[in-house]
Design a binder for this molecule. Structure first.
Ligand code: CP
Length: 303
């Protein structure tokens, strides 16, 4: 593995397996809290978020603290970025304070890769533009494995704003390495034809019923309005054609699970009945975010 964690695409299946196995060991027993470790005592992890986040920023902070590290969270609005400081200058400034690792989210695809070439500090990608969100794919895989035991042979439908989704790309890279059959579904404007070529076992459809038929996992995506210049649909129109509703669930396998990386928009991409149903793993995904990020941080410091 390269220093830090920049993407899923460049990880081997063995490296992913090791992270998923280790994250299982970090999962708390039912009703218990996450255990505390001393592994990263004396280390400082800086969370640098140039885009909004609830789940990723908080769970990285909890994960680092559970491993004994000191943490510091900086958001763009509360930093000198709001006074015009460039990304490189901001990172060099933080680098001069000698943190031991930087977890960063940025609106520009490739920003963490670019900075990792300049800074002698491991960088963990917490989401870069429309490119990748590696720890989201890892926690999604952990959540699927908790319910299905193996990934190989599963059929997974990823539905929504594929064009702007770093979650979709990271999941496609990860799941395809394990022999998962992947159906990508969305309106033509949000489903680039090139997505069929980024990995093996990927099929495209614009029809949600066709996408869901016989699947083991339905993964819904948020419509990324912040990355669309002129949204082509109202919330009602989008929900009519691509919103997940109870009648869709009947088309999938009996034990289908419904996933969503969050934040969810009820009544746009998913109905409340489905989001709050027994099929939904949305909060399991959030919880697994801590265990997976503990495994990632531990691995980063072991490199
Ligand atoms: N899934 C995810 O990345 O959520 P946040 O934007 O809240 O971190």
């Amino acid at each position: 593995m390269a220093r830090g964690l920049l993407d899923i695409e460049s990880l081997s299946r063995e490296e992913i397996d090791a992270l998923l196995s280790r994250s299982k060991e970090f999962q708390p027993a039912p009703g218990q809290s996450f255990r505390r470790f001393d592994t990263l005592r004396g280390r400082t992890v800086v969370n640098l978020f140039f885009e909004a986040s609830t789940r990723t920023r908080t769970s990285f902070e909890i994960a680092a603290k559970r491993l004994g590290a000191d943490t510091l969270s900086i958001t763009a609005a509360a930093s000198s970025v709001s006074k015009g400081e460039s990304l490189v200058d901001t990172l060099n400034t933080l680098g001069a304070m000698r943190p031991d690792a930087i977890v960063m989210r940025h609106a520009a695809s490739g920003a963490p890769h670019f900075l990792s070439r300049f800074l002698p500090i491991p960088i963990v990608n917490a989401g870069d533009g429309t490119h990748e969100h590696p720890t989201q794919a890892l926690l999604d895989a952990r959540t699927i494995l908790d319910r299905k035991s193996v990934l190989g042979g599963l059929r997974v439908a990823i539905i929504g704003d594929i064009a702007h989704s770093r979650v979709a790309r990271s999941n496609v890279f990860l799941l395809s390495k394990f022999g998962v059959e992947i159906v990508l579904c969305g309106p033509p404007t949000l489903l680039p034809r090139e997505m069929a070529q980024i990995a093996s076992g990927v099929h495209l459809t614009n029809n949600i019923e066709e996408a869901i038929a016989g699947v083991d996992v339905i993964m819904m995506l948020r419509v990324q309005l912040e990355r669309q210049h002129e949204p082509a649909f109202s919330a009602n129109e989008y929900f009519r054609f691509y919103g997940l509703r109870p009648e869709h669930i009947q088309l999938a396998k009996d034990d289908v699970i419904v996933m969503h990386p969050g934040p969810i928009n009820r009544g746009r991409e998913i109905s409340s009945e489905v989001a709050d149903s027994q099929r939904s793993t949305i909060l399991n995904q959030v919880e697994n975010g801590i265990a997976v990020r503990m495994a990632v941080l531990e691995r980063v410091f072991a490199q």
